[in-house]
Design a protein. Structure first.
Ligand code: PMP
Length: 436
């Protein structure tokens, strides 16, 4: 659309309204509710673009909530899927394709001696917790404020708590994320603030913790790197106290680099979980880790099931994705991501908008109103969310789709020309929301 003229999303609004008679709220995940001007309806995705029912072409930085690391509809993934569909869809048995997929992940991920596949991040998070409890004979899982490991009752605690109910920073209250959640499940968790090594050391010293479960780089509330020495310190404390270290790499895996956060930061967890970018938009998840632990699914009496685990078409998509995720891919795409991030930082500064742009080349976060980069959830929660959501709306109205919570996901299709077009829009949107 010509610059200056705002896009219209009326048709999306109409389709959502009409279909809310059939689908609750017109959406199939609560995370698709609530963004302004309303949930959108798309007809097609191609490269960095989504095309909606109003005829708008949007530069997309949701990237399937982080899944589309190769962009929308890449040829290699499409072809792999078509080939597998011709061979068959579901066998309820093994197929060579799932072993090929497993070998690729075990080669790429430092901690992955063994693996099991599932279909969603939430699901493999459950498998990780069960495994840790079985392996240690302990119940408590340390979970951090602001980290998200899926929507199930036993882990949906303190993912984004309001600060007035979150308790003191040094002793956070477990705050549930949904009505209907079994309140007794909070007893299985110990909630701590992230990036505070002393807090982990003190908690583990009680000797009752099965696992420390964390996003190795905090990507659900901000894009926050671990403080120097933090991951190493947590790992040492875990070893000292017989506690397992679990990395949730659902966002960071195959996005912070081929080997995920664990390779980038050089700390190898006992167990890690993956989903999202592993298969560029197909429902594949994985739990990987030490052979003796993951083998408990086979010989240790720990149940892990799923009709769709290692679904052959999804496995084909995964292999097609991994073939596209070369080291060269990451280097090349990082150049675009870094340039975009630097451009946004400069434009906001010029416009007089106080903001922190932090994170990684292919996943970064823009927080309005902060004087310094946030180091944990409490600091991030003090950002100007309302101000940023107005900026996100101003971007969308000019053809750039970003998450309201501040995250930007970059794919290999967000090349120089797309970055240029994005920065043009960022400039206009910043002008609109800047303090006058
Ligand atoms: N862990 C993390 C770090 C995530 O970001 C998410 C999804 N946003 C999940 C787990 C849950 O994954 P899924 O939505 O595939 O169930």
């Amino acid at each position: 659309s010509p610059m200056g003229e705002k896009l219209n999303f009326d048709r999306s609004a109409k389709v959502i309204a009409e279909n809310s008679r059939f689908v609750a709220g017109g959406v199939n995940s609560n995370f698709r509710l609530g963004m302004q001007p309303g949930p959108l309806v798309f007809e097609r995705g191609e490269g960095p673009y989504l095309f909606d029912v109003d005829g708008n072409r949007l530069i997309d930085y949701y990237c399937g909530m982080g899944a589309m690391v190769l962009g929308h509809n890449p040829l290699g993934v499409r072809q792999a899927v078509k080939d597998q569909v011709d061979r068959g869809i579901l066998f309820a048995g093994q197929a060579p394709i799932e072993f090929e997929a497993a070998r690729i992940i075990c080669e790429r991920i430092p901690s992955a001696e063994r693996i099991r596949f599932g279909s969603s991040g939430s699901e493999v998070a459950q498998a990780a917790m069960r495994l840790a409890r079985a392996a240690t004979g302990r119940r408590t899982i340390v979970k951090f404020e602001g980290h998200y490991h899926g929507w199930f009752d036993n882990i949906l605690w303190s993912t984004a708590p309001a600060l007035d109910v979150a308790g003191p920073e040094g002793a956070p209250t477990a705050v549930g994320g949904s009505k209907g959640q079994d309140p007794s499940e909070a007893a299985g968790l110990s909630i701590l603030g992230w990036n505070d090594l002393a807090a982990v050391e003190a908690r583990l010293a009680k000797g009752d913790v099965a696992a420390v479960f964390m996003e190795a780089a905090m990507c659900n509330q901000g894009a926050i790197s671990p403080a120097p020495g933090y991951l190493e310190g947590v790992q040492a404390a875990c070893r000292k106290h017989g506690t397992l270290l679990i990395f949730d790499e659902v966002i960071t895996g195959f996005r912070l680099g081929q080997g995920g956060a664990q390779k980038l930061f050089g700390v190898t967890p006992d167990i890690s979980i993956f989903a999202k970018a592993i298969a560029n938009g197909f429902p594949v998840a994985a739990i990987a880790g030490r052979a003796d632990l993951i083998d408990m699914f086979a010989t240790g009496g720990v149940l892990h099931g799923g009709t769709f685990n290692a679904q052959p078409v999804a496995m084909a998509a995964m292999i097609g994705t991994q073939q596209g995720l070369t080291g060269e891919h990451h280097e090349r795409t990082s150049v675009f991501g870094d340039r975009l991030q630097a451009g946004i930082r400069d434009i906001l500064k010029e416009a007089g908008i106080k903001a922190q742009v932090t994170g990684f080349p292919l996943m970064f976060h823009v927080a309005f109103g902060l004087e310094a980069p946030a180091r944990n959830y409490r600091e991030m929660a003090r950002s100007d969310k309302k101000g940023y959501s107005l900026f996100a709306l101003a971007l969308l109205q000019r053809g750039v789709r970003v998450l309201e919570r501040g995250a930007w996901f970059v794919s290999s299709e967000h090349k120089d020309d797309v970055v240029d077009a994005t920065l043009e829009v960022v400039r206009d949107a910043a002008r609109e929301v800047a303090p006058k």
